[in-house]
Design a protein around this ligand. Structure first.
Ligand code: IPD
Ligand code: CA
Ligand code: CA
Length: 275
């Protein structure tokens, strides 16, 4: 008798994702120690053989356990035609530029959608040995300990984070306008180079808010569940429910969300509002 896909218990899914994340994280550290080859997708968008090896490792690990599931991975795209309601969404190395420069802020990000809803997120930072995990309605955890968003209530007291897409040189929608505005309103502003870790850090209360204009599903899938389960809020720039397929993301501790949206929308001629 076949089991309905709906019936897979969340601890089985979570353990599988943690196993895949551990293996892929070890691969990244191996490449970091022994050396890697770099290719350019565009002048500033890199990919290394570590990205490819970690991605294949995650897919193989999960597929061995869930052969009928779908897979969407950054380097390979949609790798199957599975009609399964389960879709694993994988960024094998989020923070490739950091990795390529031996700057130790990068991670493996593994998200899972069921019928199009993000229900699980596992993000592993192998350089700090930090495992961020969440399943829908199960809370968010860092190395097994519950995490919560911060209690900061004003932008003035907030540490914010953002990022820039690889087409920054080619588009007016480059986030520099928002960056300049938040720099004058926040207590501090960071650019870490790993959107998935930025989301985890909002969930853990290390950052109070995060926004970015041109993200991909694999940057957001896992981290969105972790923020949600840590008590945070996620939306697009207008405050609508986040879609991981729509590029714009605002994640916050909830308290400063409205203030962030106000800053992001305060210029009516902004390309964000017009597009
Ligand atoms: C990038 C990082 C970065 C963000 C970029 C992403 P990658 O992902 O998450 O922080 O600003 O938009 O593309 O290429 O390192 O997987
Ligand atoms: Ca990424
Ligand atoms: Ca990546």
């Amino acid at each position: 008798m076949t089991t309905s896909p709906e019936q897979i218990p969340s601890d089985i899914l979570l353990n599988a994702a943690i196993g895949a994340g551990k293996k892929a994280g070890a691969i990244l550290l191996d490449y970091a120690r022994s050396g890697f080859r770099i290719e350019h997708k565009n002048p500033i968008n890199l990919v290394t053989d570590a990205d490819h090896a970690a991605e294949q490792c995650v897919i193989d690990h999960l597929r061995a356990q869930f052969p009928t599931h779908g897979f969407l991975a950054e380097e390979q795209g949609r790798v199957d035609h599975s009609p399964s309601p389960y879709l694993w969404i994988i960024d094998p190395l989020d923070g490739t530029t950091n990795f390529a420069h031996s700057y130790p802020t990068y991670c493996v990000s593994i998200g899972l959608q069921l019928h199009g809803r993000c229900i699980l997120g596992v993000i592993f930072d192998p350089t700090r040995d930090e495992f961020f995990t969440a399943v829908e309605n199960g809370g968010a955890h860092l190395n097994g300990h519950p995490i919560r968003v911060s209690n900061t209530t004003t932008l003035n007291d907030s540490l914010l984070v953002t990022g820039f897409a690889y087409d920054i040189r080619d588009t007016p929608r480059n986030n520099l306008d928002h960056f300049a505005k938040f720099a004058l309103k926040a207590q501090g502003l960071r650019r870490t180079g790993s959107a998935a870790l930025d989301l985890c850090y909002v969930a853990a209360g290390r950052f109070d808010g995060f926004w970015e204009v041109r993200l991909s599903p694999w940057d957001m899938a896992a981290g969105s569940v972790i923020v949600q389960e840590a008590g945070g809020r996620l939306s697009d720039f207008r405050g609508n429910t986040l879609s991981i397929y729509e590029q714009e993301l605002v994640a916050s501790n909830n308290h400063i969300h409205h203030a962030m949206l106000t800053v992001l929308n305060d210029n009516p001629s902004s390309p964000t509002l017009d597009s």
